[in-house]
Design a protein around this ligand. Structure first.
Ligand code: HEC
Ligand code: HEC
Ligand code: HEC
Ligand code: HEC
Ligand code: HEC
Ligand code: HEC
Ligand code: HEC
Ligand code: HEC
Ligand code: HEC
Ligand code: HEC
Ligand code: HEC
Ligand code: HEC
Length: 402
């Protein structure tokens, strides 16, 4: 009984101590408002009065979180402590030297940028007011005037080197020319409403597939054959020109966002599995001497054949395998695409676990049609040991003997 009372007493004491401590902390959190800043706080722990506020955010700025307040703030000053070590960009560039070229005309903590320099719930340390309602890709530039790529590069100078190398700079002219000759603004829209704000410019991350494609079609209507392109499943499935192409990225040919085959594989996982099989077209590398590209058979922008094939199926296969093209003195009528699926009656287009990309092992491929020959010629395949080896078509023998 006595022990229990003692335990209860300790509990109440702990609770009381906690409440007292908490009221002190709470006083620190909102108690400074309206107070005079002490002129000198050298050597003092800033969090003693200001609290540990950098910790209250989802993304805290490391030096503030670590309590290195004095790398940015002065410990004393005529108008009180707390002034900035430097009012300019140097304050940040001492540590972030690699950002020297990033929006050099602005102070890093200018209103719509990294204004919450101690911490923010917006990555990277952005002022939530940046998330102001974006009016939409097209509406953002409505009624604006063209200002010319030179102006854009004044602030976005990190793109200057890219722009010199980009083929798109061909569209840059200073004359008063139509929309399709406007440099940066040919894609991003006229910029006079923008001037460094997040809004007021065509921001592709906010564009729908139709809006993004429409921008590219302004200039690329002819060579892309808009009609063919719009028939492919890609635009319907939410794949935009800018999914595959990033005009700002010059590392891959045609400004592709990834090396060509990797790009296709990034979405077509089941097709990737086909190309891992024993027999396959060599898309495992993009070296033109030993490998091949998906786009040697498929046109990424749609074409004559379906699905997105550069040529109708049978013309496609024999465009490379010319020895199978015929016509032969003795054509194998069964290979005529009009009667079946042409080459694909027996072959897989991508990969197979049977040799020679065959859809099945052994004589099965022939028995698809010649079922009456099931017991003809024993266990061998129909084309081995000099039998019907010329079955793709022969100029010498009616029975396609070798
Ligand atoms: C003894 C308490 C105390 C300590 C310790 C203290 N400050 Fe302050 N600080 C204040 C008070 C009080 C104000 C004025 C409150 C206000 O303006 O809202 C203030 C204001 C500031 C301001 C705002 C100045 C302005 O012009 O708006 C900054 C920045 C600042 N302190 C930084 C620091 C840093 C960095 C440290 C540590 C080196 C520190 N403080 C240590 C009490 C303290
Ligand atoms: C990376 C540089 C940097 C560090 C580190 C830093 N600050 Fe600041 N601080 C700034 C800048 C920049 C401003 C904004 C000044 C302005 O808006 O004019 C600011 C403003 C302030 C203010 C006044 C405005 C506000 O947000 O209420 C206080 C108080 C303050 N800092 C306290 C601190 C304390 C305490 C620490 C350490 C825990 C700290 N700062 C660490 C750069 C820094
Ligand atoms: C004392 C060195 C130091 C100073 C000065 C400094 N920073 Fe930082 N900053 C860091 C460190 C360390 C990180 C965390 C590691 C990183 O992401 O590089 C960081 C991260 C950041 C990030 C987040 C980066 C990201 O990719 O998420 C931003 C934004 C940032 N700092 C802006 C500023 C701004 C604005 C200033 C000037 C007001 C400034 N920094 C001054 C050291 C510093
Ligand atoms: C051929 C069209 C085209 C041209 C010309 C063009 N851009 Fe872009 N820009 C884009 C696309 C598409 C994106 C989105 C890229 C992505 O998806 O990552 C983009 C993104 C951007 C971004 C945002 C980057 C980010 O991190 O979100 C900026 C800033 C930008 N462009 C500035 C410029 C400037 C400045 C110029 C001229 C020097 C220019 N652009 C010329 C198409 C273009
Ligand atoms: C006065 C400086 C300034 C000028 C001039 C300027 N920009 Fe910007 N631009 C910025 C700043 C700052 C941002 C927002 C911060 C950021 O994300 O980089 C921005 C954002 C953008 C964005 C959106 C990307 C994003 O991250 O929000 C695009 C696209 C863009 N600018 C393109 C252009 C184009 C095209 C021009 C020329 C017509 C241009 N800018 C002129 C400073 C400028
Ligand atoms: C203002 C006109 C214009 C706009 C808008 C435009 N382009 Fe271009 N694009 C060109 C010109 C000019 C070339 C140079 C080759 C040519 O004459 O076709 C080119 C070339 C290209 C190339 C080939 C690059 C290379 O290095 O071989 C790609 C890929 C491309 N554009 C993609 C796009 C995409 C994606 C868009 C939409 C985001 C777009 N373009 C918007 C004018 C434009
Ligand atoms: C599924 C990915 C994909 C999409 C979507 C796509 N492209 Fe391409 N594009 C490619 C590939 C891959 C190439 C490389 C050339 C090739 O092998 O045919 C290319 C080449 C190009 C070229 C270089 C000239 C040429 O025809 O070879 C231009 C210009 C181009 N694309 C513009 C566009 C435009 C504009 C759109 C949207 C209407 C678009 N692309 C949509 C993948 C794509
Ligand atoms: C961003 C994802 C993505 C990328 C990258 C992509 N595709 Fe597609 N592709 C799709 C989607 C989604 C469909 C719609 C049908 C489906 O789900 O397979 C499709 C459909 C197709 C079809 C037509 C299938 C049919 O049944 O008609 C072909 C062929 C094709 N893609 C080839 C390619 C090639 C070649 C590339 C590389 C140049 C490529 N794709 C890149 C997502 C992608
Ligand atoms: C040797 C030519 C060739 C190559 C190389 C090739 N394809 Fe195909 N692909 C075809 C043919 C032919 C068809 C149509 C098959 C049919 O209709 O039965 C097809 C069909 C497709 C289809 C739709 C049906 C399915 O199998 O899912 C997709 C998606 C596709 N290919 C993607 C790709 C991708 C991705 C690559 C590169 C990794 C690639 N293809 C390489 C010839 C090729
Ligand atoms: C762009 C050229 C090209 C096209 C189009 C093409 N092929 Fe091929 N094909 C190749 C190459 C390259 C090889 C590999 C040759 C080698 O390994 O020596 C190959 C190999 C083959 C093989 C032998 C596979 C093996 O395991 O030895 C068969 C069977 C084949 N292709 C059938 C087809 C069929 C069916 C089509 C039409 C759907 C087709 N090819 C379209 C280039 C092509
Ligand atoms: C009736 C089934 C069948 C049809 C249809 C067929 N093939 Fe074959 N193909 C075979 C068989 C079986 C082999 C393996 C034995 C051989 O002939 O060497 C083969 C092998 C091949 C080879 C690899 C060996 C070589 O001879 O180069 C290629 C390439 C090839 N076929 C292409 C084609 C093309 C292109 C077509 C369409 C014009 C086609 N095949 C139609 C059954 C067929
Ligand atoms: C798509 C159906 C089809 C497939 C698969 C097929 N054939 Fe035929 N084949 C025919 C047709 C149709 C004829 C000509 C009409 C006939 O049966 O007389 C023919 C003719 C022949 C002939 C000539 C003798 C004759 O009776 O006219 C030989 C030998 C032959 N095929 C062997 C093969 C071999 C070996 C294979 C497997 C590699 C094969 N065929 C696969 C449909 C096919």
């Amino acid at each position: 009984m006595g022990a229990n009372v003692k335990r209860l007493g300790t509990g109440v004491l702990v609770l009381l101590l906690f409440l007292v401590a908490w009221s002190l902390v709470a006083a620190q959190l909102d108690g400074l408002e309206g107070m005079e800043p002490p002129p000198d706080v050298a050597g003092m722990d800033c969090t003693m009065c200001h609290g540990d506020f950098a910790a209250n955010f989802e993304y805290s700025h490391q030096p503030a979180l670590d309590g290195q307040c004095v790398v940015c703030h002065l410990e004393s000053g005529e108008e009180g402590h707390g002034g900035l070590v430097s009012e300019g960009r140097e304050l940040c560039l001492t540590c972030h030297a690699d950002y020297a070229g990033h929006n050099p005309l602005l102070t890093c903590w200018a209103a719509s940028c990294h204004a919450d320099v101690h911490g923010s719930n917006e990555d990277p340390l952005l002022n939530p007011s940046r998330q102001e309602e974006y009016p939409g890709f097209c509406e953002a530039t409505a009624g604006a005037q063209y200002i010319g790529s030179g102006e854009c590069l004044g602030c976005h100078c990190e793109y200057a080197d890219w722009w010199k190398r980009s083929i798109h700079s061909l569209s840059d002219t200073d004359q008063d020319t139509p929309i399709n000759r406007r440099g940066c603004e040919g894609c991003h829209g006229p910029g006079s409403n923008h001037w460094g704000r997040w809004a007021g410019i065509g921001y592709f991350e906010q564009a729908s597939v139709e809006e993004a494609d429409a921008v590219c079609f302004n200039c690329h209507r002819d060579e892309i054959y808009a009609a063919d392109y719009m028939k492919t499943l890609h635009p319907l499935a939410g794949v935009a020109c800018t999914t595959c192409h990033d005009p700002h990225f010059l590392e891959n040919p045609s400004n592709l966002t990834m090396p060509a085959n990797e790009l296709c594989f990034s979405c077509h996982k089941t097709v990737r599995a086909d190309f891992n099989k024993m027999s396959r077209h060599p898309v495992d590398n993009e070296d033109p001497r030993t490998g091949m590209l998906c786009t040697e058979c498929h046109s990424p922008h749609g074409a004559e054949g379906s699905p997105m094939l550069k040529l109708p199926k049978d013309e496609l296969c024999v465009s490379c395998h010319v020895d199978k093209a015929g016509p032969f003195v003795y054509d194998h009528i069964g290979y005529d695409p009009a009667l079946g699926d042409g080459c694909l009656t027996c072959h897989s287009q991508h990969g197979s676990n049977s040799p020679n990309l065959l859809l099945m092992n052994g004589r099965g491929v022939c028995l698809q049609c010649h079922s009456d020959m099931a017991s003809h010629g024993g266990a061998a395949t129909c084309w081995t040991t000099g039998c019907h080896a010329e079955h793709h078509g022969s100029n010498a023998n009616f029975f396609f003997f070798n």
